[in-house]
Design a protein around this ligand. Structure first.
Ligand SMILES: [Zn+2]
Length: 106
């Protein structure tokens, strides 16, 4: 199971705390508490859903591969994935199908 970013969770926690305190001041007693509770419950769910979508999105993006595709140097921590057969490309061209079309995979 993948949890969302711990740092962004902390930022959310402090932000929602500030918002809930603000809501207590703006809204009358039961409504402020209910609104604050709703933020605490709903926001992590939304955040997790967005994070999951982002992971899914980068995995399925077969289009727009030409952005990093022409970069031939194999230095750094960047892997390249073949656009044709999705094999991991080491060097200039794919070892499985010989295609030179590849995209960066982080
Ligand atoms: Zn290939």
């Amino acid at each position: 199971m993948v949890l969302f970013n711990y740092k962004s969770y902390l930022i959310f926690l402090f932000a929602s705390l500030a918002v809930s305190i603000g809501l207590q001041m703006i809204l009358p007693f039961p409504y402020g508490l209910v609104a604050a509770m709703a933020i605490f419950i709903l926001f992590p769910i939304l955040l997790r859903k967005r994070y999951a979508n982002r992971i899914k999105g980068t995995g399925d993006s077969s289009g727009g591969g030409g952005f990093f595709g022409t970069n031939s140097s194999g230095g750094g921590g960047v892997r390249y994935v073949c656009l044709v057969c999705r094999n991991t490309v080491k060097g200039d061209s794919c070892s499985r199908c010989g295609s030179r079309q590849k995209r960066a995979d982080f």
